[in-house]
Design a protein around this ligand. Sequence first.
Ligand SMILES: [Fe+2]
Ligand SMILES: [Fe+2]
Length: 438
Amino acid sequence: MNPFKFYLVTDTHYFEPSLGCSGEAYEDYMKNEMYCLAESSDIVKATFKKIAEDREIGTVILPGDLSKDGEKESHKSFVKELRKLKDAGKKVFVITAGHDYNDSPRGYNGKDYIPVEGTTLDELYDLYYEFGYSEALSVDRQTLSYVAEVSDGVRMLAFNCDSTRESKGQIDERLQNWAKEQIDRAKADNCFIFAICHYPIIPSVPVFDLVGDAHIKNWRQVASFLADNGVNLAFTGHMHIQSINEFYSESGNKFVDICTSCLVGSPAKYRKITLEDEKTVKVETVPVPEFRSDTNSLSTQRFFDLRAETSAVNRINRALAGDGLPKKIARKIFNNKTLGQLGRMLCIKVDKSLKDKKFTTFAGEIARDIFLGDQPYTKGTPEYDAVARVFRRFNPIIKKVEKKLTKDGITPNLSEMILNTIGNNKGWSDNNATVSLK
Ligand SMILES: [Fe+2]
Ligand SMILES: [Fe+2]
């Protein structure tokens, strides 16, 4: 195969601003939302403009959650933006996902949420026909999955794993049978084949293995099926996180999952991908360009990160809401204590560099940094040591929780999972890497 370069942009969550995105209801909703809504159209336009100007890369691939919540008007406006990419000479391939069809579509005006027209799966096929389906060698109409030749000798197996509420996060046996036919055909035609899928196939960070909606169902079986049939690479989204992970099937075949962040929320990145040959893929991460006329003295990255930190703290407070005494105490500790004070309460040593840090600040930063990839809190850092001490201190309770979480004969090691979630100890970067597929 010849080297093939493309942009990977995902979870654009485009919202048509004329549907309404201001007022009390909007402000209230945005308290807990990690990604931008009023700004999403400006972010998409600025990013697509930059991509359109790149003379070197001629293809853009988007694996789902194109719109905020399936608003018809958001899709219509987003299609116009995709057409601008096409007018600039780019080939564009998309799949849709759960946020693209009737996912409580609404606008925001004053104190009210305003229901707006949504989109059905059939309408999505028509709306996005020119961005993948028109060039497809085969379409699975039940899910709107398809396979297309994206470059000479390179095929893309586009799984729509999120096409109905029932099929959410699934590549079931029927879809695998369809995929097997497409893979065999690609091999017979001497083509390299890779996959895209909205849901991560490999959990992006270890803790996500415990979260049902964070990865494809039966992910080990699906990853093994793909790897054993010669599909060693997938590009995914959905969890709004930067990650590169590998998995080996029982037969020893390697599978690599490259998950990319939400475009319109922290860390707000997209990827430049080079398939150098059948064995090597080069991954480069690109930040969202400046998109605001009024920068409000914050850098673009800080603008995104602040939303992530604030919404993470608000979500924790929402979870701690209630009149019961334990929740009241937990809320008081979370919002008022420093890590030094917390350490003294739990008899846990906290490094002096962290002592004056507020618990809320720490929680916001950790939440933000997990999604950035290359998580910084590796062994030897004060943060790693503090979290490790918490696990040691509460070991008997944690062992009981691990027993309860045992599934399919696998008992999770919570301390290892959490520590490998806040610190990237994999030996390679989640953001910029040259990845071997064999
Ligand atoms: Fe998303
Ligand atoms: Fe999603």
